[in-house]
Design a protein around this ligand. Structure first.
Ligand SMILES: Cc1cc2nc3c(=O)[nH]c(=O)nc-3n(C[C@H](O)[C@H](O)[C@H](O)COP(=O)(O)OP(=O)(O)OC[C@H]3O[C@@H](n4cnc5c(N)ncnc54)[C@H](O)[C@@H]3O)c2cc1C
Length: 463
């Protein structure tokens, strides 16, 4: 264990033992009671499968766009139970996981993607306002920080807005910061679970029916209609939206396009005013460091620090299992790195520890498509960027189902799909080699032959 004595390691284990293994956002009396499952057969116009942000935005937008359309949302588990209720709550204006990724992949349409992303963020803010969703949605800016000398250049020291070590430490005080840059308006912070519950309520207020505890086991087409098999019966519809994220895709050919990657998070107890003053952070920006393996962290409305990222973990055979939500090795690493970043918070305890699964694809942002002769639409592969982009995805899928060409459906980003991952054991071997190479690159500042080859092929692995 680097830089940690045995007694400090024991202390970290004690602190982690005391934290509950539950996502902070879901550990609240504000969590709504589960809605009843669908029992027996049902008939509707549009069936949406998945009750995370992608499915919820789709259900809401479907009603806003066509109030007479009947919409039924099926969630296998509970609304916001998975990535949607476990994330950092960074609601980004980017649809492409940042400008560099977007410009490299779609240089000709990047300006349009950038505009659509900003419009999307503004539309999310307007939705929160219109339906009075109480979810601490705030645009406080995001601070990118360099913590290793070779990361400073990426923050463009010669451009306006660059913050040297002293300037960045006046905003947020960590001895690890070497430089920084603030993006004032490109990202909001939100309590993701309360946003999701608010979207569910808003959708219901427009007439959407939401069923929890209802897994879709199979989708098929018969006599021009979509059939969705559930444990209790069959749902018949004109169209279906597949918003199942990292879980087993209902269209077999999508199987290879994503891999489930676990990402882990800790939350502290609420900081006292003195503890907060020791860090500064009066601007309450979201923060991300600049490594290939990066931390993201932020304050909650009640002054906890939510601290996540860094160690993206893939399990052989695309395994997803609730037992993997809690991973001591990663939580220990995160706790050590937290105290290194904020040594002035040494005595602060963690109250929550959790993990969640991310649908990683080889291009780092969502891809789209249709199946069942145009009656099914899907959006998958958000790769850790779905809090905001899921709203754009909802409209893109509804456009695809409507069959009309729109600005969204004409985009190469929407029309083209990324390269798939290989089957096992090659997926596992390739991902482990990539993780190892990224960790090396963080130390050396140089990308090895493997990473340069992936870069040339436009492939990658990320959380
Ligand atoms: C730890 C973590 C941190 C993250 N941080 C950020 C961040 O700060 N910013 C950001 O933009 N993104 C972040 N993300 C990613 C973001 O959370 C997701 O991209 C977003 O929530 C995706 O929502 P979704 O609806 O596609 O997926 P989910 O929330 O996973 O929802 C999919 C739902 O479909 C249901 N389902 C699956 N199969 C079926 C079936 N057959 N029948 C019925 N239901 C089914 C599942 O039960 C699940 O509830 C993070 C993710 C994690 C895990």
């Amino acid at each position: 264990m680097t830089g940690t004595t045995a007694s400090a390691a024991d202390e970290i284990d004690r602190v982690l033992d005391a934290a509950v293994a539950v996502p902070l956002w879901l550990d609240t009396p504000a969590r709504p009671a589960p809605r009843p499952a669908v029992r027996g057969d049902a008939e509707t116009d549009l069936v949406v499968i998945g009750g995370g942000f992608t499915g919820l935005w789709t259900a809401l937008r479907a009603k806003e766009r066509a109030p007479d359309r009947r919409v039924l949302l099926l969630e296998a588990d509970r609304i916001a139970q998975h990535a949607t209720g476990r994330n950092g709550g960074f609601c980004e204006g980017s649809l492409t996981h940042g400008e560099a990724n977007g410009r490299r992949r779609w240089p000709d349409e990047y300006d349009v993607l950038d505009r659509l992303g900003r419009e999307n963020l503004a539309a999310i803010a307007a939705t929160v306002e219109r339906y009075g969703i109480d979810c601490d949605f705030r645009i406080d800016g995001v601070l990118s920080v360099a913590t290793r000398p070779h990361e400073v250049a990426d923050l463009e020291p010669d451009e306006p807005g660059f913050l040297d070590a002293d300037a960045v430490r006046r905003l947020v005080d960590s001895p690890t910061y070497l430089a920084g840059r603030v993006d004032d308006d490109g990202c909001a912070l939100v309590d993701p679970a309360r946003l999701a519950w608010g979207l569910a309520e808003a959708a219901e207020s427009l007439g959407v029916r939401i069923a929890e505890g209802t897994p879709a086991e199979d989708v098929s087409l018969r006599g021009g209609r979509v059939l969705v098999r559930t444990p209790g019966g069959t749902v018949t519809a004109d169209g279906v939206v597949l918003a199942t994220n990292a879980f087993r895709p209902l269209l077999a050919r999508l199987r290879w396009h994503t891999v489930p990657v676990y990402d882990y998070v800790l939350a502290t107890e609420p900081l006292t005013p003195e503890q907060l003053a020791a860090v500064g952070w009066t601007g309450r920006q979201g923060i991300a460091d600049s490594g290939n393996r990066f931390h993201y962290y932020r304050l909650s409305a009640d002054d906890r620090i939510i601290w996540g990222g860094y160690d993206a973990v893939y399990h052989f055979g695309r395994r997803i299992d609730p037992a993997l939500d809690d991973r001591r090795a990663t939580h220990r690493l995160l706790a050590e790195q937290f105290y290194e970043t904020f040594p002035q918070l040494r005595g602060v305890r963690f109250t929550h520890r959790w993990g969640g699964v991310i649908d990683t694809c080889t291009r780092f942002c969502a891809f789209f498509g249709t199946g069942l002769r145009g009656r099914a639409a899907y959006a998958l592969g958000f790769t850790g960027l779905g809090v905001g982009a899921s709203r754009f995805a909802a409209d893109a899928m509804l456009d695809l189902l409507d069959g009309e060409a729109t600005e969204r459906t004409r985009l190469a980003m929407v029309r083209r799909r990324p390269l798939p991952f290989p089957p096992e054991p090659f997926a596992y071997a390739g991902i482990q080699l990539t993780r190892w190479s990224l960790a090396r690159a963080d130390v050396t500042g140089r990308r090895n032959v493997w990473l340069r080859t992936l870069d040339r092929l436009g492939l990658g692995f990320d959380s």
